[in-house]
Design a binder for this molecule. Structure first.
Ligand SMILES: C=CC1=C(C)c2cc3[nH]c(cc4nc(cc5[nH]c(cc1n2)c(C)c5CCC(=O)O)C(CCC(=O)O)=C4C)c(C)c3C=C
Ligand code: FE2
Length: 482
């Protein structure tokens, strides 16, 4: 499936047939509570042709009964997102055209073949949210990306070769998109589901063009990362905002952005289900250490740039452990961070170091739980299943298990569908929203001053070349991820 995959068979929603819309938003619908509840504020909904009615009885919709709630207001209800915020009353009254809902899944993307590896790495390292250079040195970004991607390509290619010659990410994301579309349909919200990968196909630009040509009238942006990081969701949203703001049509499209969803009970429950099931594969399940391994980020992201990733990750683990405890599962657990790249300090403790310590301390059974991503990918299939497993077994661990990524787990996809449904009413035009994530892009700089830009690139390349040829830098980027 590509970005357009679900675009042809979309039945549109007729606003006039639905109970819609004049909302007094007094809380964000992108606010996820663990206790199954939607924080829909007091909505004043106006049924077409009917008088206004306040639907405070719907303030606490139970996620496990959305159809009933939709039915409450007649044919459909605000929770399926036909609310026309921010239209004025006059617009709302005369607004009878059809609503075409889109859902845009944000993901990282991965090389599909070994030939793609170096250009994929270039795209990744050229992202100012991945290598965060001080403003003055931003002109070094692309030359640095070129050098680092070439340096790292050999090691990365070996890893991708060991998992079949490419990343499974596109295939899995396609499957998740199709499953989400079916689930939304089952919940009476026909929608196109698009995919925007940050560093490989289908790129964000491709998805945006498809959304435009399909005439989508309301969009929910759903990152496939449970926790927010500047380097993942933040980067994708910034890229999206840059594209939408420069387009006349897209800049007016009402968009709801879900920033993170790790607190959702549906997600927590799905993770606990997987862990509970996997524990049963051990001889003595209660003696197994549950070992959460999250993708790391450089420490400066959290300390200097205020990335909420670490906090959200820790809260996420607490919620999963609370859920397990409520089921009578009281195993010990640890959280560590994997996949560091380059010469800087990353979030600690490091997965490889903790595994060795645990083995040496006499932990015999260990269940690895990848927790920052919802698909299998290079870092589960190669890094955890091969490198970390070997390291743990060599350090004294005797029984090793790994929880699979959520993928298309039914309860998880159903919860994502609920998240979309809840977020839809809060959609507003991107041109109206402001974001601190936006910074001026290199392409804008190039348009303003092409000669100056070319000079910077030249000087930057030279400096970067000298800097990067230092032995410390070379080994840091070539080094295995562990
Ligand atoms: C929440 C998940 C992720 C965070 C946070 C993240 C930050 C981050 N990553 C790099 C560098 C690399 N990441 C690579 C692959 C990769 N990263 C994630 C997720 C997060 N990254 C995924 C799902 C993948 C795998 C994609 C796939 O093909 O399956 C890679 C390439 C692989 C390799 O060479 O190791 C690099 C490099 C940085 C620098 C960073 C934060 C600043
Ligand atoms: Fe990464």
């Amino acid at each position: 499936m590509n970005a357009a995959a679900t675009s042809h068979a979309l039945p549109s929603v007729k606003l006039s047939e639905l109970t819609t819309s004049k909302f007094n938003h007094n809380s964000s619908v992108v606010c996820f509570h663990r206790k199954h509840q939607v924080s829909f504020c007091s909505h004043t909904c106006k049924a077409s042709g009917n008088s206004n009615s306040t639907v405070s009885n719907l303030q606490k919709l139970k996620l496990d009964d959305p159809i009933k709630n939709i039915g409450l207001a007649g044919k459909s209800f605000c929770s399926v997102g036909v609310c026309t915020h921010p239209l004025s009353e006059t617009e709302s009254d005369s607004h009878v055209e059809e609503e075409k809902v889109g859902v845009l899944l944000l993901n990282l993307g991965g090389p599909e073949t070994l030939v793609d590896v170096q250009p994929f790495l270039y795209n990744l390292f050229a992202d100012p949210d991945i290598i965060r250079l001080p403003r003055l040195f931003r002109f070094l970004q692309r030359p640095l990306a070129q050098i680092i991607s070439v340096l790292r390509a050999r090691k990365s290619k070996e890893a991708y070769a060991s998992i079949g010659g490419g990343s499974p990410l596109r295939k899995i994301t396609d499957e998740q998109a199709a499953a989400l579309k079916s689930e939304l349909e089952a919940k009476k919200l026909p929608a196109n589901v698009y995919i925007a990968m940050r560093y490989w196909h289908p790129f964000t630009e491709e998805a945006a063009q498809q959304i435009k040509s399909d005439g989508i009238t309301r969009l929910v942006v759903l990152p496939l990362y449970p926790q927010f990081s500047i380097s993942t969701t933040g980067s994708s949203i910034r890229a999206l905002q840059n594209i939408f703001r420069e387009d006349k049509v897209l800049s007016k499209l009402p968009v709801a952005i879900i920033q993170s969803w790790y607190q959702r009970y549906g997600y927590i429950k799905s993770m606990a289900d997987l862990i509970e099931e996997e524990l049963q594969s051990f001889n003595k399940p209660q003696e197994v250490m549950i070992f959460f391994s999250a993708h790391g980020v450089p420490q400066t992201y959290v300390v200097d740039a205020g990335d909420p990733y670490k906090f959200q990750m820790e809260e996420c683990i607490d919620l999963i452990m609370q859920e397990l405890k409520a089921r009578g599962i009281e195993n010990n657990h640890r959280l560590a961070y994997q996949s560091r790249v380059g010469p800087v300090q990353w979030l600690k403790p490091y997965t490889d170091e903790v595994l060795v310590q645990l083995g040496q301390q006499g932990v015999k059974s260990l269940l690895a739980v990848p927790v920052s991503f919802v698909s299998e990918h290079i870092e589960t299939l190669e890094e955890i299943d091969m490198e970390y497993k070997e390291l743990a077994l060599n350090s004294g661990v005797e029984n090793w298990g790994r929880v699979p990524a959520l993928g298309c787990t039914t309860s998880f996809i159903a919860d994502l569908a609920d998240a979309v449904i809840e977020a839809l009413p809060s959609a507003t035009a991107m041109s109206a929203s402001s974001s601190s994530l936006i910074s001026s892009s290199s392409s804008q700089e190039f348009k303003r001053d092409p000669v100056g830009y070319a000079m910077k690139i030249f000087v930057g390349s030279f400096l970067a070349f000298i800097l990067l040829l230092s032995p410390r830098m070379l080994s840091a980027f070539r080094k295995p991820v562990v």
